[in-house]
Design a protein around this ligand. Structure first.
Ligand SMILES: *Cc1c(COP(=O)(O)O)cnc(C)c1O
Length: 340
């Protein structure tokens, strides 16, 4: 339960991979990859798509393609870009990060955003970009509320800021909201964003990969950066074929992940554990132990449960296709046994 990145390909994905028609993407003729990139672009309501190696690479390339050296990018305090990406936008891109506060549901107050945009004057970096995240990894997988996108669109009509969405788990947000809004489209969650990235290696179970989408011009710049960073792909269509197959199975798989997460959340609450709101496939709880959570994680390991602790000592469990409905009871049994 360390992460949904540990999920493995299904037999159907491996079959699709083994039968893929491929080319060489540096020559631009991998038909299966081209089809996947186009598919993501249209699903997200953008012009073009680009496969990258990872979510981190997509975020970096996106920020480099939106900003010049010396420009500033706004990112939220708990975002993956701020916390887990080594400050790469500075070390590699010369981009200055401005960290802004977020609400518990991951939204930002546009009043704050406006205040953090630096004035146009020689003393300041030029504030070019606002980065947001959906679902929010460090906020226990919360999905940005519906309605946020129209606020964003409105804000953008007044301020010339570019916007990037780290949608590493965007399909989790989508299937969460779709439960109560059956006619929802994925592009409803990407409206107002100039670029969006989504991981293939999490709920979609691919061994690697992330897709970045945006306008044709933006993807042109992103493509150059990807090559510069060593991301020129050859027969990437094998992964694209597996990802396509996974996309077909995604609704069923991800909805079940959410049901399993909720079932475990309920069991935890019944037993008095303090669990954060769990919208999607992530559960965060406070184990109420002294010191770092590391010792607690060690104890979990002894009863056969692999999990991660966070910097605040809370523990994170993540569901994915290789953890089944029946495993929920098993986890509870192990955690509330005498041994533990
Ligand atoms: C996992 C994740 C990333 C990074 O993805 P990698 O493929 O591990 O580089 C970025 N942002 C968020 C929100 C993530 O959860």
């Amino acid at each position: 339960m360390r992460s949904d990145t540990v999920s493995k390909m299904s037999k159907s994905m491996i079959k699709a991979l083994s039968e893929a028609q491929v080319g060489d993407d540096v020559y631009g003729d991998d038909v299966t990859l081209n089809r996947l990139q186009d598919h993501f672009a249209s699903m997200f309501g953008k012009e073009k798509g680009l496969l990258t190696l990872s979510g981190t690479m997509s975020n970096l390339i996106s920020i480099l393609a939106h900003c010049e050296r010396g420009d500033a990018a706004l990112c939220t305090k708990s975002s993956h870009i701020n916390v887990y990406e080594q400050g790469n936008i500075s070390s590699i891109g010369g981009v200055f990060p401005i960290v802004i506060p977020e609400n518990p549901d991951g939204t930002v107050s546009f009043e704050d955003v406006r205040r953090f945009i630096l004035p146009e004057n020689q003393h300041f970096a030029r504030t070019k970009l606002l980065c947001l995240e959906n679902t929010q990894n460090l906020l226990s997988g919360r999905a940005l509320p519906l309605g946020f996108n129209s606020e964003l669109v409105q804000f953008k009509s007044k301020f010339p800021l570019k916007t990037h969405l780290d949608g590493s788990r965007l399909l989790n947000a989508y299937f969460f909201h779709k439960e109560t809004n059956p006619s929802l489209k994925v592009e409803d969650l990407t409206e107002g964003f100039d670029s969006v990235s989504m991981c293939l290696s999490k709920g979609l179970r691919c061994p690697l990969g992330s897709v970045l989408v945006g306008s044709e011009e933006f993807i042109g710049r992103a493509h150059r950066w990807r090559k510069a960073l060593g991301g020129g792909f050859r027969q990437a269509g094998y992964f694209a074929a597996a990802a396509f197959q996974s996309l077909m199975e995604a609704e069923e798989v991800i909805r079940q992940d959410h049901l399993n997460t909720r079932a475990l959340g309920l069991e935890f609450r019944k037993r008095g554990l303090k669990v954060e709101q769990n919208d999607t496939n992530i559960i965060v709880f406070d184990p109420h132990v002294d010191g770092s959570g590391a010792e607690y994680i060690g104890r979990l390991g002894k009863v056969g449960i692999l999990a991660n602790t966070r910097m605040d000592g809370k523990v994170r469990f993540v569901f994915h296709e290789n953890i089944k409905e029946e495993d929920v009871g098993d986890v509870v049994e192990r955690m509330f046994s005498q041994e533990f």
